[in-house]
Design a protein around this ligand. Structure first.
Ligand SMILES: C[C@@]1(CC(=O)O)C2=NC(=C\c3[nH]c(c(CCC(=O)O)c3CC(=O)O)Cc3[nH]c(c(CC(=O)O)c3CCC(=O)O)/C=C3\N/C(=C\2)[C@@H](CCC(=O)O)[C@]3(C)CC(=O)O)/[C@H]1CCC(=O)O
Ligand SMILES: NC(=O)c1ccc[n+]([C@@H]2O[C@H](COP(=O)([O-])OP(=O)(O)OC[C@H]3O[C@@H](n4cnc5c(N)ncnc54)[C@H](O)[C@@H]3O)[C@@H](O)[C@H]2O)c1
Length: 199
């Protein structure tokens, strides 16, 4: 498995099934501004609300052949393994497909994910224990205090400036390494001084 970050903004995402798991996946995908279509004869209350509010499109029927056509990403989330398998078989090689009850039938799966501003951390146990992934997420979050939010903004700014103003490659790498000193994360004055000295 090859980890990457995928931009799903305005991408067509088709979710087959409207139960608890489909609801959880929909909520994650809505945060990414995907165009979500849910195909299912029943919906949870939460999904129904999203449909009524126009946040998702609801196709009120069971899965039919052809439903995955033109989807960038597909999630087979029914409670019927036979239907989930059919959904998987209907997908083309170049479509992303996650079958919620079968890693073998999926060409991607979801990772436990945490964000601290621009810092993103994703954890996988390859399905061995999603609960361990959840616990590790909490453990990692507990030592990532909110100083990282501003620190990442500083790192981005400083890196951009170093790349445009420092022509010597060795010096550039040296300075990029210097930025990792803890004093820059902890102290705003140190950050401002560093930026000032660069210009
Ligand atoms: C990222 C996250 C969801 C997300 O955010 O999308 C996620 N599972 C989460 C939570 C969670 N899932 C389950 C429980 C109940 C406890 C338990 O069963 O252990 C809990 C805990 C909870 O809900 O509190 C049940 C479960 N999960 C899968 C199956 C089917 C199977 O095992 O075959 C079953 C059992 C069905 C059954 O027995 O009926 C399969 C998968 N779950 C994955 C991801 C992929 C592997 C990720 C990995 O291992 O690292 C994979 C392979 C496919 C996929 O879904 O992509 C989220 C991470 C935690 C977080 O971030 O908080
Ligand atoms: N990957 C994960 O994170 C994860 C976590 C928990 C459970 N699961 C697995 O996910 C599956 C679904 O669990 P759930 O709790 O959401 O079930 P659920 O019973 O809450 O929902 C099932 C949904 O599928 C719909 N459905 C059934 N047949 C359909 C068809 N032919 N076409 C379209 N929709 C159809 C139902 O109407 C319902 O909306 C189970 O197999 C479960 O083992 C996966």
């Amino acid at each position: 498995m090859y980890p990457i970050m995928v931009n799903l903004e305005y991408k067509r995402v088709v979710i087959i099934g409207g139960g608890k798991v489909a609801t959880h996946k929909t909520e994650k995908l809505l945060q990414q501004k995907a165009n979500i279509v849910v195909i299912s004869p029943t919906l949870t209350d939460a999904l129904y609300t999203y449909a009524v509010n126009g946040e998702i499109e609801w196709v009120n029927r069971s899965y039919q052949e052809g439903d995955t056509k033109d989807a960038f990403l597909v999630i087979a989330a029914t409670n019927d393994p036979y239907v989930n398998k059919e959904v998987k078989n209907s997908c083309l090689n170049n479509q992303l497909i996650n079958v919620v009850d079968s890693s073998e039938d999926s060409n991607f799966y979801n990772m436990a994910f945490l964000e601290r501003g621009m810092l993103k951390i994703a954890i996988s146990t390859e399905g061995a224990s999603p609960l361990l992934a959840k616990q590790m997420k909490r453990d990692i979050m507990s030592f990532l205090d909110d100083s990282y939010d501003d620190y990442l903004i500083f790192l981005q700014k400083a890196r951009k400036k170093i790349k445009t103003t420092v022509l010597d490659e060795k010096r550039r790498l040296f300075l990029l390494g210097e930025l990792l000193q803890d004093r820059f994360r902890k102290n705003e004055v140190e950050r401002e001084l560093f930026l000032k000295n660069l210009s």
